[in-house]
Design a protein around this ligand. Structure first.
Ligand code: SF4
Length: 68
């Protein structure tokens, strides 16, 4: 089963916690003060870090969607 990362830039408040958890997946647009997805479909090796980013995002702007 594959999975993808979803970032809601309306909810993102620019805390950048996600970058600390998964720097290969999450970037940052300093002008917009918003997260930028570097990888919408990261390799499975990044899944744990992305899950941590989802949990720790203070704005609850991140989620993982499973493809059926
Ligand atoms: S941790 Fe959440 S609020 Fe902060 S930049 Fe990432 S997505 Fe945005």
């Amino acid at each position: 089963m594959s999975w993808r990362v979803v970032a809601d830039t309306e909810l993102c408040q620019g805390h950048q916690m996600c970058q600390g958890e998964a720097p290969d997946v999450f970037g940052f647009d300093a002008d917009a003060d918003r997260v930028v997805l570097l990888e919408e479909r990261p390799a499975d090796v990044h899944r744990r870090a992305v899950q941590d980013a989802v949990v720790y995002c203070p704005a609850m702007a991140l989620s993982i969607e499973e493809d059926s």
